[in-house]
Design a protein around this ligand. Structure first.
Ligand SMILES: Cc1ncc(COP(=O)(O)O)c(C=O)c1O
Length: 453
């Protein structure tokens, strides 16, 4: 069965595979962001509309990758496309301030609780890098606390213990560079802690109380599948940070403008000192933001802490983001109710199928962002729990879904996201495919976490 699918994929993806070979001759690994080719079937997408994408071979899929969460209003939303066209014909860039910068900042401020001040960058990576530098400048301290398994972008400050290659290790997390090339000197500024464990964190933070500038966290850990914070945990994080005069940074690059208009800080009612946004803020264009309390962000300015980038607050990105935010915020945030309703149906449907098929799996997260974990545990609460996941089962599930026109990433760490363009019909179609996929996984793999038939 499995080899039949693999043979079918080779036929179905013939042109994409040829393109990948050609790409690899000039672009190392075949793409300029490695994760794009770190999936079982890297496909070249030629066009897209709403919830659908078409690959270079002409195959159609319902897309749940959505550019890693960016496309909150789906692919090529006509109002966003129109805004991009209009702006491109008016002013592409000037390297000067622009009126749209104020407009979009005000829209963010109107909904994000900690956004007394807003600064724009181009990517989530830059946003977390700038936020950390600001925290260091404001506190006069150097170290940051980062959680094991968390991803905050592609700069050296945070590329530590993103993955731990040592399953079963029972001792406290320790610091491992994600790749070669990341200086140990930078690593000395990073303290790794386990997530969702306020007790251990408090002990670690007290030990380093005079040197910690910031605790950085995703409010929902959404780069190791989707892991929800324990009740009260985020509030405790803020208390722990404030106890040692450190700042709490919420990295809302994935949760922002996805789970609620005001992001996780609104959803969970915890206001961090600084927060970072990207992805769903732009709805498909390169834009990011750092938001924060005015006493902190007003440290930024000429002669104080710098904040910079040629492409920051790019007019075309701002024009698109402005319309993207209008779509999300109109009718009192109806878009978010829809994301939870449609995504919630998908989550509940998957849970019912899992119960019916008696596959050892769980679904975690919220309607707009969630993940299926093939595990015997009742919940994954931190990165180390994820060592229990049957990754082979996930890859097979991916493969079965892919064969049925459902597009997700084959790595379990990459979550499933939906957009406002996803319909209840999409959900129905996906659930039909998912049920067949779960049954096929159960048939094909004889691994310990799945009941044998
Ligand atoms: C939580 C989080 N922070 C930061 C980043 C980095 O954002 P970007 O890829 O835009 O640099 C990502 C990207 O996936 C992310 O998921």
């Amino acid at each position: 069965m499995e080899s039949r699918l693999i043979r079918e994929e080779a036929v179905k993806l013939a042109y994409s595979r040829r393109l990948l070979e050609e790409a690899r001759k000039i672009i190392p690994a075949g793409a300029s962001s490695t994760i794009r080719v770190a999936t079982l079937n890297p496909i070249f997408i030629s066009r897209a509309k709403g919830s659908r994408i078409w690959d270079a071979d002409g195959n159609e899929y319902i897309d749940y990758l959505l550019a890693y969460g960016a496309l909150i209003n789906g692919h090529c939303h006509p109002a966003i496309v129109e805004a991009i066209k209009r702006q491109a014909e008016t002013l592409t860039m000037s390297g000067t301030p622009h009126e749209l910068e104020i407009e979009v900042a005000k829209k963010i401020q109107s909904v994000v609780p900690n956004a007394e001040r807003v600064l724009f960058a181009t990517t989530g990576t830059e946003a977390t890098m700038e936020a950390i530098r600001i925290a260091r400048a404001v506190t006069g301290k150097t170290k940051i606390v980062k959680f094991e398994g968390a991803y905050h972008g592609h700069h050296d400050y945070v590329l530590w213990s993103v993955e731990s290659p040592i399953p079963g290790l029972e001792i406290a997390p320790f610091r491992i560079p994600y790749y070669p090339g990341i200086p140990e000197a930078v690593g000395k500024t990073v303290i790794i802690a386990p997530w969702n464990d306020a007790h251990t964190l408090r002990k670690i933070v007290r030990r380093h109380r005079n040197s910690i500038a910031a605790i950085i966290t995703e409010p929902i850990m959404a780069n190791a599948g989707v892991i929800m914070p324990k009740p009260g945990y985020l509030k405790e994080l803020k208390e722990i940070a404030e106890e040692v005069d450190a700042l709490l940074i919420f990295d809302e690059v994935l949760t922002g403008f996805r789970i609620a208009a005001g992001g996780a800080q609104e959803y969970f009612g915890v206001k961090p000192h600084l927060a970072t946004f990207a992805k769903a803020l732009g709805g498909g264009v390169p834009i990011a933001a750092v938001t924060g309390l005015k006493d902190i962000l007003d440290y930024v300015g000429p002669g104080r802490v710098g904040f910079g980038g040629t492409y920051n607050a790019h007019p075309i990105s701002l024009a698109a983001a402005s319309v993207n935010l209008d779509l999300l915020l109109e009718n009192d945030g109806a878009a978010f109710r829809r994301l939870h309703e449609v995504g919630g149906k998908l989550v509940r449907g998957l849970q019912e199928i899992i119960a019916d098929t008696r596959v050892k799996a769980i679904v975690q997260g919220l309607g707009p962002i969630f993940q299926v974990f093939f595990t015997e545990l009742e919940a994954i609460t931190n990165y180390r729990d994820s060592f229990t996941i049957n990754t082979a089962a996930y890859r097979e599930w991916y493969r079965q879904l892919f064969a049925r026109g459902i597009h997700i990433h084959s790595q379990w760490g990459e979550r499933i996201v939906i957009s406002t363009a996803h319909s209840l019909e999409d959900v129905e179609q996906t659930l039909t495919a998912a049920e067949e996929a779960f049954r096929a996984v159960k048939r094909i793999l004889s691994f310990s976490t799945i009941d044998s038939l």
